[in-house]
Design a binder for this molecule. Sequence first.
Ligand code: UVW
Length: 318
Amino acid sequence: MAQEPDLKVLLKNSPKNWGKWGPDDEVGSLNYLTPEVVVKAAGSIKSGKVFTLQVKMANPEGDPVWPGRQGATRINVMDAGHYHAGKGPLFAGGAEYADDYMTLFLQGSTQYDALGHVWYDHQIWNGYDSKTTIGGLSKASILPIAEKGVVGRGILLDIARFRGKEVLDVAETFTHEDLMACAKAQGCEIQKRDILIVRTGWIAKFYKVSREEFYGNFVEPGLTHSDALVNWFADMEIPNLVTDTIANEVTVDPVSGVVLPLHNALMRNLGVTLTEIAWLDDLAADCAKDGQYTFLYAAAPLKVVAGTGAPVNPIVIK
Ligand code: UVW
């Protein structure tokens, strides 16, 4: 059997943004989202229509997660039942309340990845030692991204609709050339520093088919690695890639056999932030109706200290 190449070999010609924003940087390509970019992005608001892009959490129907993770579990610790049983705390005036807690994988919902989430060759984003991840990320955690916030011009690239499909196939791939062709067919153009929001129909499929079918042959559709694609992301200064898949790229590179090479080429090397498991179907339906595929995108993951990622409910304003 052919041996898959090491990421060090596969990405030997891949560009890096390490040091570009100084030796202490922890937000990478989000630095491209300057105040000027934000002001310009606000000009994309035309009708005031608002969309939220998070999937439901702790959903009785299930939460789509990477194999091996579990969806969130929410548990009531106080409600009317406690009062009926005489166990609720009594407040002067008679107020009663419901309360709950939740356990979750920080990567187990619509989420931002911290730049230190995935690496190879003992170094994470900006060249920090991978040992900085031990026991919690002391470098390039989700916190600096959460503190900064993400605001810019978003562009929806509805690859599923572009290919005339409800959902892309298992392991189906596309490239940056396809993203550009999709934009053209939609009557728009990807501009420098755009936040790319790519729809494959994959997360919607999770709610429509059995778990056996969804996880049976788990190779998600998505962007596929090439040096040309990585150079395009670098030249276009893309700050953020948002998709309706669990891992933002075809799970296994069909050419090299390497798993998640773009997590490394884009996130570790270029500092592109990844947003996964986004709910894009309502936004996509509206874009198909009104023909407006560009808008203001705003998001801020939760401020989890040392986290590898954190849930987020991004907002789009058209
Ligand atoms: C893995 O951690 C494997 O992927 P993701 O970035 O989708 O959470």
